[in-house]
Structures are given as structure tokens and as C-alpha cells.
Design a protein around this ligand. Structure first.
Ligand code: GAR
Length: 208
């Protein structure tokens, strides 16, 4: 059984897709051990509570400096003995000590087709604003392993979504969530839980 920690900052619709996937059996062999938010008011924590999952807030504001926050975050994940850390809209930079401790065991969902519209400063609605400003006709979402760069780790899965003439950042965000994010994140977790994903020389290989 793959034990996962899901890290969130906001609404938690991707967390919900994971909870539902486990309930409905599209994600197998997986248990959410804990949901961690950096934001005490995140609706994602409410979703965890409703599903009977441990949810807690660890915020940089609670610590004297970044180093102490980083250490606390790592300690909590280690306390729950998780096998995989899932970043589901977690808007805090992952500490290097955590990346070292969980090499190829942290995954992230990003709301564009990497390497477009990713890296520092590209998160949430900003990604979709940039895609519309550039006039791309296709965007989408990417699930990838987390390395020490921003959105640079090995890509596990991507799904394209058409951009429509009348799209606003909000409508594009919603469609990318519905058509891509809520599908590929559960799929990636199920693959990992069932030993189908391996990383070799910075590239992901899937055995179906
Ligand atoms: C999602 O669209 C996710 O892809 C994005 O934040 C949103 C969180 O929504 N993540 C990033 O931009 C990371 N760079 P949710 O809380 O409803 O899952």
C-alpha cells in the first residue's frame, strides 16, 4: 500500500480528485496518510476533514525562519512514514532537504504543458493569463517529479486542452482542471502505486 502525503494551499480540487479516485477504485493500492497545508484557511483542509483524513497546517509564519519551517515540514512527513509526497496546488517552494530525502518520490501538478508557462512566477491563474496573452491554441496540464529546479523534473504525464476564442483565465483554468488535472494526477498516483513508473537518466518510463 502506497502511503501518500498530499500538500495543498487552496481549494483542494485536485486533493478531492485523489480522494474520489481512491473511493471509486480508479486509484488502487493507495492511502492518504495526511494532508498538509501552509494555509490554515485552505478549503482543502475541510475536504480532508470530511473524508476523515488527518489534516494539518504548517505555515512559514509559525517559525522563526525558513530553515525551521523546512525542518518542521520534513519532520512531519517523516512522522507519517509516507512513500510519496503529492503537491496538489502547494504554492510553497519545496525545501532542498526534502528533495534530497525524497528523490523521485515527490510529484507535482502544473496547469500547463511544461516547458511552456512554467518556472518561477507561474502558478495558479498567472499560468492561464500568460497562455491567453501568448495566444496559444492548446494548453493543458503536466504531472512531474520534483527536482531542485522549478517545474524542471522528469515528466510523468501530460494532457492537452484546447483554448477557446472566448476563454478567460478563469474559464481556461476550470476546463484544464476538469479535462486534464483531475484525470492525470490520479492516473500518475495509480501508476506509481502499482510499480509502473521508473525514472532513468532524468526521463520517466511507464510499463503498462
Ligand atoms: C491547480 O490548478 C494546480 O495545477 C495549480 O494550482 C491549482 C490548485 O487548485 N498549481 C500550480 O500552479 C503549481 N505551480 P486546487 O487547490 O483546487 O487543486
Amino acid at each position: 500500500m502506497l502511503k501518500i502525503a498530499v500538500m495543498v494551499s487552496g481549494g483542494g480540487t485536485n486533493l478531492q480528485a485523489i480522494i474520489d479516485g481512491i473511493d471509486q477504485g480508479t486509484i488502487t493500492n493507495t492511502q492518504i496518510a495526511v494532508v498538509i497545508s501552509n494555509n490554515a484557511n485552505a478549503y482543502a483542509l475541510e475536504r480532508a476533514k470530511k473524508a476523515g483524513i488527518d489534516g494539518l497546517c504548517i505555515s512559514p509564519k509559525q517559525y522563526a525562519d525558513r530553515e525551521q519551517f523546512n525542518a518542521a515540514l520534513l519532520a512531519k512527513v517523516q512522522e507519517y512514514e509516507v512513500d510519496l509526497i503529492v503537491l496538489a496546488g502547494f504554492l510553497v517552494v519545496i525545501p532542498e532537504i526534502m528533495i534530497d530525502a525524497y528523490e523521485n518520490r515527490i510529484i507535482n501538478i502544473h496547469p500547463s504543458l511544461i516547458p511552456s508557462f512554467c518556472g518561477t512566477g507561474y502558478y495558479g491563474l498567472k499560468v492561464h493569463e500568460a497562455a491567453l496573452a501568448r495566444g496559444v491554441k492548446v494548453s493543458g496540464a503536466t504531472v512531474h517529479f520534483v527536482d531542485k529546479g522549478t517545474d524542471t523534473g522528469p515528466i510523468i504525464l501530460q494532457k492537452p486542452v484546447s483554448v477557446l476564442e472566448e476563454d478567460t483565465p478563469e474559464s481556461l483554468q476550470r476546463r484544464i482542471m476538469e479535462q486534464a488535472e483531475w484525470k492525470i494526477m490520479p492516473q500518475a498516483i495509480d501508476w506509481i502505486a502499482n510499480g509502473k513508473v521508473r525514472v532513468e537518466q532524468g526521463r520517466v518510463h511507464i510499463t503498462e
